[in-house]
Design a protein around this ligand. Structure first.
Ligand SMILES: C[S@@+](CC[C@H](N)C(=O)[O-])C[C@H]1O[C@@H](n2cnc3c(N)ncnc32)[C@H](O)[C@@H]1O
Length: 212
C-alpha cells in the first residue's frame, strides 16, 4: 500500500529527476543517492545504469521502500551497479573519504530536520572535483497555503513531503556553506507557482578534507 501511494504521488517527479541526472552523470560515476526510496527509477533506467556502468550507493530510512528497491535491483540484475543500505544520512559513513563523484538529494533535502548537519557531513564524502546535486520543488514567494498544506499531506498519503523550500533561504544556505552553483535548471513548473529545479553545486574551497 505504502509503495502504491508513493508511486501514485512521486513517480512522474522521480522520472523527471533521474532522467536528467543519469544522463548528466559521466560514465562510471560513483553516486550516493540520499533517500533512494523504492527504486522505481530502475524500471526506466536499468539499461542506462548498466551501459554507463554507474556505481550507485542508495541509503534510506524506510525499510519498506528499500525492500521494494531491493526486489527491483534483483529483477533488473543491477547488483553490480546499485548497493543499498538502511541508514540515515546522519548515520551513514562511506567506506573511505573522498569516495563519491556525486551526492544526489532527489526530493529528500527538504525532509531533514537539520540540513546544516547533513551538509557538514556529506561534503567530506566527495572527491575533490565532486558535486552535490539537489532536485526539489522551490518557491520564490512565501506561500502560507503550501506551508499549511504540506505537513498535512502526510496524514492523507503517508508520504512526508517535508517543508516548503524558498529560493532565498536555499541559495543563502548554499552561500553560507561555500557551495558554488555549477548549474541551476528549471525542469517543470508546479502548482502554486512551485518550480522543480535541479541545482548542481561544487564545494568552493575543496571538500574540507576530513572524514566524518
Ligand atoms: C520523497 S522521497 C524521494 C525518493 C527518491 N529519491 C525519488 O526521487 O523518488 C524521499 C526519501 O528520503 C528518505 N529519507 C528521509 N529522511 C532521510 C534521512 N534522514 N536519511 C536518508 N533517507 C531519508 C525517505 O524515506 C524517502 O524514501
Amino acid at each position: 500500500m505504502k509503495n502504491r501511494l508513493y508511486q501514485l504521488f512521486i513517480d512522474d517527479v522521480t522520472d523527471l529527476c533521474y532522467k536528467n541526472c543519469l544522463s548528466y552523470f559521466p560514465e562510471k560515476s560513483r553516486v550516493l543517492d540520499v533517500g533512494i526510496g523504492n527504486g522505481v527509477m530502475t524500471r526506466n533506467y536499468h539499461s542506462l545504469i548498466k551501459n554507463k556502468d554507474f556505481r550507485i550507493t542508495g541509503i534510506d530510512i524506510n525499510k519498506s521502500y528499500l525492500n521494494h528497491c531491493d526486489r527491483l535491483i534483483r529483477a533488473y540484475q543491477l547488483e553490480n551497479n546499485i548497493q543499498i543500505f538502511h541508514k540515515s544520512v546522519e548515520a551513514y559513513a562511506p567506506p573511505q573519504k573522498e569516495y563519491f563523484d556525486f551526492i544526489l538529494f532527489s526530493m529528500s533535502f527538504m525532509l531533514f530536520h537539520n540540513q546544516q548537519i547533513v551538509l557538514d557531513r556529506v561534503r567530506h564524502w566527495l572527491k575533490p572535483e565532486g558535486k552535490i546535486v539537489f532536485f526539489q520543488t522551490m518557491f520564490q514567494k512565501r506561500s502560507r497555503l503550501m506551508e499549511f498544506v504540506k505537513p498535512k499531506l502526510k496524514y492523507f498519503t503517508t508520504i512526508d513531503f517535508g517543508k516548503v523550500t524558498y529560493d532565498h533561504d536555499f541559495y543563502h544556505l548554499l552561500e553560507r556553506n561555500h557551495l558554488s552553483i555549477f548549474e541551476d535548471k528549471l525542469l517543470k513548473r508546479e502548482w502554486f507557482k512551485g518550480e522543480y529545479r535541479i541545482i548542481v553545486t561544487s564545494v568552493s574551497n575543496g571538500n574540507g578534507g576530513g572524514h566524518r
